[in-house]
Design a protein around this ligand. Structure first.
Ligand SMILES: Cc1ncc(COP(=O)(O)O)c(C=O)c1O
Length: 425
């Protein structure tokens, strides 16, 4: 059955049927949540080993004998840098290990740019008349919030199946007021896509009007595969180096979704020129991050192989949840012609587009039936989805039983919102 091919009478009959189904869900008084991409309790349990060790003084020392209980090593233990270097392909000398959050490092990087400028800036960014930032959308709400809070003008850019629309990006970056772009290049939040080689090359190579343009390369889902088949992402530093543009990359990732969100370890990767500007400023801001947490992570994860084998546990736990949601969408909405969604090979999200003008209504109907979805619009700059059609679905956190029920209700409210629209209700 395709809704667009039904007569008014058939649509009305379907509306009556779906409304009755909706009311039966509503009567259950449920409280379900598929709004935020948080690991489930089972995923967190997989990292409990991080906390289980009873320590002697000797256990507080790094490989070269440094006592991690004390001040010192402001930019990361060599062992922790080595793990990040192996995972990202960035030389350890170009890595700064930070605290518990890569988003914090992103915010600090842009706040520093406002106060001091970045390497190559003619002046601090706060002295510019206006700053614009490119926001491929749908994208990560917290990225957009950071640049909005700092007073930048957010410029939406269309997100394609292989990354941001590069024709649009190349045209926009000619404007010297455009100082940067947000990128989640692998298993993007929320569309799940990985940037193609061509998109990475064009980002690395493009001519920018601003001499101090920065690509905020947030590789949060770098090794977060759901299937045995991993998407391959081109190394942006290597590409940028070919054109002498390595200073334009600020690279970030963290162990938030490897070990514990909020209690993991984050890193930033940047060129020598950038680090020479940044490190003295960080040295004033902080005496250094939590090295005991770095030590725990090094002991627990060991090396890249250790990290990858740990990620297989996550893939198993997450994979079954993605299957539940995707199967429900396929069996409930497949062929109706009223929704499109992605089937990502990694990351934390499924991005679903309803027919234009139906997402907010579906959100409200879901809420009234006890299912919390990500606020509609959150995936767009200024919280405004111009077509009111994108829903970000996060299947990771609920139990499988809760997710199965939430997915059924989701299907029902998408149908109902669409039928209401089609019948002008
Ligand atoms: C794309 C992206 N970047 C960053 C983060 C947060 O990372 P962290 O915990 O390292 O601050 C998230 C969390 O959902 C995310 O989806």
């Amino acid at each position: 059955m395709n809704y667009k091919e039904l007569s008014a009478q058939q649509l009305f009959a379907e509306y009556e049927r779906v409304s009755a189904e909706y009311n039966s869900y509503k009567a259950k008084g449920l409280k379900l949540d598929i709004s935020r991409g948080k690991p489930s309790e089972e995923q967190l349990d997989a990292s409990l080993g991080l906390l289980s060790k009873q320590r002697t003084v000797a256990d507080c020392k790094s490989a070269d004998g440094f006592d991690c209980r004390n001040y010192g090593i402001a930019f990361g233990m060599p062992e922790m840098k080595a793990i990040f270097s192996d995972i990202t392909g960035i030389p350890a000398d170009n890595i700064i290990v930070g605290g518990n959050s890569s988003l914090n490092m992103m915010y600090d990087s842009l706040a520093r740019a406002m106060i001091f400028g970045v390497y190559g800036s003619p002046r601090p960014w706060c002295r510019e008349e206006r700053i614009k930032f490119l926001c491929p959308a749908p994208g990560y709400d917290r990225h957009f919030a950071v640049t909005e809070t700092l007073g930048f003008e957010l410029i939406p850019v269309k997100m394609n199946a292989d990354g941001p629309d590069m024709d649009e990006v190349e045209a926009l970056v000619k404007d010297p007021e455009v100082k940067g772009i947000w990128c989640v290049p692998k298993y993007s939040n929320p569309t799940g896509i990985t940037y193609s080689d061509e998109v990475v090359r064009r980002l690395a190579k493009m001519e920018t009007g601003a001499p101090d343009f920065r690509i905020m390369w947030d590789n949060a889902y770098i090794i977060h595969d759901l299937t045995g088949e991993s998407d391959q992402l081109l190394d942006i530093f290597k590409e940028a180096e070919k054109y002498g543009n390595e200073d334009r990359i600020f690279y970030f990732t963290s162990t938030s979704k490897i070990t514990f969100p909020g209690a993991g370890v984050a890193m930033m990767g940047a060129s020598k020129n950038n680090l020479d500007q940044i490190k003295p400023l960080i040295s004033i801001q902080t005496i250094g991050p939590d090295k005991l947490n770095q030590l725990r992570h090094v002991e627990f994860l060991k090396d890249k192989e250790g990290v990858l084998s740990h990620m297989k546990l996550h893939a198993e736990l997450l994979g079954k949840r993605f299957d539940i949601l995707l199967n429900a969408l396929k069996s409930g909405l497949g062929g109706l012609g009223i929704a499109e969604w992605n089937e990502p090979k990694g990351g934390y999200f499924v991005s679903l587009d309803t027919l234009p003008g139906c997402a907010k209504r579906a959100y409200t109907l879901a809420k009234e039936a006890g299912v919390t979805l990500t606020t509609v619009g959150a995936t767009f700059p200024y919280g405004k989805d111009p077509e009111d059609k994108n829903l970000r679905l996060a299947p990771s956190y609920p139990s499988c039983e809760e997710l199965a029920l939430a997915s059924e209700i989701l299907v029902c409210v998408i149908k109902l919102a669409t039928l209401e629209k089609m019948l002008n209700k």
